[in-house]
Design a protein around this ligand. Sequence first.
Ligand code: SF4
Length: 688
Amino acid sequence: MSDNQDQNPRAAPTVCPYCGVGCTIEYAGNGKATGTAGPVNTSGEVCPKGVAAFDMVAHEDRLTEPLVREGGRFVTAPWETALTRVADALGEIIDHHGPDAVEFFASSNCTNEENYVFQKLARMLGTNNVDNCARLCHSSTVAAMSERLGAGAMTNTLDDLSETDCLLVTGANPAEQHPVIFRSYVLPAIRNGATLIHIDPRETDTTDAADIHLDVRPGYDIQLLNSMAKVVLDEGLADESFIGERTTGGAELKAHLRDLDVVAGADVAGVDADAVREAARAYAKADRAAIVTGMGMSQHTSGTDNVHALLNLALLTGNVGRPGTGVNPLRGQNNVQGAGDVGALPNVLPGYQSVTNPDARQRIADEWGVAPPSEPGLTETTAIHQFGDGVRAAVVFGENPAVTEPNANSARSAFDELDFCVVIDLFETATVDHADVVLPGSSWAEKSGTVTNTDRRVMRMRPNADLPGNARRDLDILTDIGQRLVDQADAFDYDGPEAVFEELARVNPLYAGMSYDGIGDGYQRWPFPADADSGTDVLHSETFASGERTAPLLPISPTPPADAVSGDQLVLTTGRALQHFNSGALTRRSETLMRMRGEDVLEIHPDDAAARDIADGDTVVVESDRGSVTVSAAVTTTIRPGVVFCTFHYQDPLANALTGDALDPVAEIPEYKHSAVTVRTAPAPTQE
Ligand code: SF4
């Protein structure tokens, strides 16, 4: 704790603020957190981010007073002044341009209760323009799984991953990105004899534990997955009784794949055909085979189709609806699952009920006194293109789109086109540079509420510290804004987060049977119907979540990445590192984590480096049509030739200055995993 901010730290079990694993942590003294036994990390195990979670709580950069822009500069202001300015500006814009002129950026790093109130505010004001950064990570996964199976979340649980016979990990690196899942659930399965197949253009710590590695060319996953499906069919490894009883469209898919040439498909995907056959056999012959899927699959303009091709593989082999099987997206932020569950998405209400469903809107109207609008709102990736035009204001709650959106230089310019922007956050993030009002909110350690982890477990958070200075609890800030802006002000009059959760359980059928008391020190898992004794572990066992006994098999054809590579260009693919989280606004303020990984590097294969006269450690310029960055080169054989990699955790180099804003047509997710770039050595600094 810093000397000037006595936040009275104390230990109480709560949920780690970083990744979607949902480890239980608490204050340990000396300004540090520690793991403590919880529902997911049953022995109290945590990764370095969990240990360092307290580092940002009392950081000297914490915002402790509201800021309002006066004459181009920020000045501190009393809460009343700042909130009046927010209410007046948003009210005026809504009066002149209508409620759809405001975009609401929800926070997948904040609680279910906060996100529920946030989307309620947007919808009671008359717009469905509310989204969260699930748009940027797994919206395509959710779209494909919802369409086919009726639910977009992990089909199975972490516990039964450890009982699988074969793990097919696609576009994910759980050893670094979800380390406690890897150590506590994946490695035990491998020690018990499970085969690990890793599909990823990089050789990572996950690959080290794999039996088969398919280093696919970024953007060519469908060719690979269709080739695997073809091997399954050709070699009689499909589960024909499952196909007959639980699927439709089998004949169409088989006809679609009939003439596929596995060797040619593998060649386009950049992998060895024999290895593809070996992987297909291992997956299809296993009694229980589980897919674990990550952003390497989802963050493409073909992201939704990538996941459709993956779902075909699971359905063809009958690997859905049983323990140890399924399709399991690993969620990135600690409450990205919950933010979607509670309705912080433009097309669905709490519980993934479509905004176009009149019965669902009526259930909400019965609770709120106002029906939500019936047309889907704007996704955040589309809204940014309308800033200064149809969209005149943004409410940014605990997110940092100036760093996380693709084509970041363009996104930043777009923010400057707004008439008004308010940011609620802990620090002066890059997005704050574009704000008119900044409201200092609460960190994970200063709030209670619930979050929902990657395997659908709702768990409670408990305060480990008081607020610094005049910062306020996020829930209080949001309800205060609601009371100022919405005619039915009592709709935002709550007696704490538990009262919000009770309302959420009334309007969200997936949470209907849950309660704070029921969650207690443990968890409750969705779906948890009102009349059930507990939640459901394995989805889709008798019927799919869609309510149907069958799910469709779909013919999927590849489409090329949006950013064509030509000349001596390489493909940039971006991702995460163990020590950092999302835009890095929190983890880059940890001395411990910065000691472990203080700066980013560009991973480049020795062949590509030699062709450009680049040596390990050289400073290089990476350039795309959108921008350029300067970064150190790390020459390594762990990345496939033709591909370079860096993370998106740093403001400098800002990886998203390079990425493109072409979107998947269904999910509107950007193609972070495939950007055409040139790489060259940086000019030597000039001597004075
Ligand atoms: Fe656990 Fe994820 Fe937190 Fe690490 S970052 S301690 S794996 S929840």
